[in-house]
Design a protein around this ligand. Structure first.
Ligand code: ADP
Ligand code: MG
Length: 462
């Protein structure tokens, strides 16, 4: 087949796909693709994509769509192969020289990101609101407590300590409380939200750079201090000490302190007794597993917010399946919507089962640190040796940081052990990487997609 015909064929395919997937997805993944070759005898066509990431993504997500659409145009086609082809392809897209994104970083720059702005003063993400927080029997005590705090900041329920398992809405509720206080009291009440990783990082930075006074000022000048996942602060002497002093200064001045943790204060083994009893002197509320009604309400709200067309029957199926983690509940919903979009068909029970297994498996399967390091390396085409080396090139630094983040998130490894595995790096470097990636995930949808894909690959490889 001559080139012109290949181009026509591919243009037809892209035209068909373009109307079936979202605009940003089309532009990001398929705009720079090209049909390179067709081996008539075998019925094989070869599709070129600009980098390994796009290749994996397209192969994993759009293969069926591509094959179906190719076969609509040319029924002799049986197999599609995907390869990385780095040159720009002037034939298909007429762009000025230099406009063609060649690396993922460039694609990222060019892509109009739907970013939610994190407030740099408070660190709050406006996506979390009380309005979007569904209240049920599992979280009504915690909800009532934050409502009381909002009415009477610093006076009632101080400190407020909220605890519960992963993905049950602690961060959402804490951030929403911060946002609500900000909107009710405007500039009269200063709010500061930090994860305990950010807190640790700030402290370490202050110590290293002799800027402890600045850091203390920032933390002690606030009217409401919200610290998420406080369980990570325990056991690190200097930072726990600093936290204790900050806590006392705020507390004695009637400033509001709100904390979350994955377990009750009594069950955090390493915090000092004096800190524990301070926590227990305030209000403690737990968040437990949501009941069926709450799960269904969350799914309905999310579908409505995004204007997704999905039958109530399907939402009921999902609510029945995913019980212990709202993040996973949302993950399954996302996948179901994605599947329906592509299939142009309603979800059935068997497919749903598959999707649930894919999403929920992430936390339960045995994955080793090597699986993570290897997969991230393959994904970015970086050798394990480069990953360990001292190299500070951008192409290596981001994958290395993502590896650290995934080791923390998926395997719950300690910071020092992650540092050890990645070329004997200091644990503060690891903390910095984890904080950075978890912050950017919320702001950068492409990074988020990359990480979802890498996780899927890790799960497949394990
Ligand atoms: P945690 O901090 O406890 O691990 P998150 O606050 O990050 O959990 O919640 C995980 C996801 O579930 C978030 O996307 C959050 O918006 C959503 N979520 C959790 N609880 C609720 C709720 N009650 N109503 C609506 N969405 C919720
Ligand atoms: Mg959280």
């Amino acid at each position: 087949m001559v080139n012109a015909n290949l181009n026509d064929l591919w243009r037809g395919v892209l035209g068909e796909i373009e109307i079936q997937i979202s605009r940003p997805n089309f532009l990001t993944w398929l705009k720079s693709s090209r049909l390179i070759n067709k081996k008539e005898s075998e019925g094989t066509v070869i599709v070129g994509l600009p980098n390994n990431f796009a290749k994996e993504w397209v192969k994993n997500r759009y293969h069926k769509l591509i094959l179906g659409s190719l076969r609509n145009m040319d029924s002799s086609i049986k197999v599609v192969e995907y390869i990385v082809e780095r040159q720009p392809q002037p034939d298909l897209i007429k762009t000025k020289k230099g406009d063609q994104p060649e690396t993922f970083a460039e694609i990222e720059k060019q892509k109009p990101l739907i970013e939610l702005k994190i407030d740099s003063e408070t660190n709050l993400n406006p996506r979390y609101t009380l309005k979007s927080f569904i209240v049920g029997s599992s979280n009504e005590l915690a909800y009532a407590a934050v409502t009381a705090v909002i009415k009477d900041v610093g006076k009632k329920y101080n400190p407020l300590f909220i605890y519960g398992g992963v993905g049950l809405g602690k961060t959402h509720l804490l951030q929403a409380t911060g946002n609500e206080i900000k909107s009710v009291y405007k500039n009269q009440i200063k709010v500061l939200y930090v994860s305990s990783e950010k807190f640790l990082n700030d402290m370490l930075w202050g110590i290293r750079n002799n800027k402890m006074d600045d850091i203390k000022k920032r933390y002690r000048n606030t009217d409401v201090l919200i610290i998420d996942d406080i369980q990570f602060i325990g056991g690190k002497e200097r930072t726990e000490e600093e936290f204790f002093h900050t806590f006392n200064v705020l507390y004695e001045n009637n400033k509001q302190i709100i904390m979350s943790s994955d377990r009750a204060p009594a069950a955090i083994p390493i915090i000092e007794e004096r800190l524990r009893s301070r926590f227990e002197g305030g209000m403690i509320a737990d968040i437990s597993y949501p009941d069926y009604e709450t799960r269904l309400a969350i799914l309905r709200t999310k579908a409505q917010e995004n204007r997704w067309q999905i039958e109530d029957k399907a939402l009921e199926l999902i609510a029945n399946k995913v019980k212990k983690n709202i993040r996973e509940l949302e993950g399954v919903l996302n996948k179901v919507v994605f599947y329906q979009d592509i299939k142009k068909d309603k979800i059935n029970a068997q497919k749903l089962e598959e999707i649930v297994n894919e999403v929920v498996r992430v936390n339960t399967k045995n994955i080793s640190a090597n699986d993570v390091i290897k997969t991230v390396g393959e994904f970015f085409e970086i050798s394990p040796a480069d990953m360990m080396a001292k190299c500070k090139k951008k192409e290596v630094v981001e994958p290395r940081q993502i590896t650290m983040y995934l080791l923390r998130e998926m395997l719950n490894s300690s910071y020092p052990s992650i540092g050890e595995k990645l070329g004997k790096r200091d644990h503060t470097t690891v903390i910095h990487a984890c904080t950075k990636i978890s912050r950017e995930i919320n702001q950068n949808s492409v990074l988020n997609q990359k990480i979802i894909l890498i996780k899927e690959m890790i799960n497949k490889s394990a």
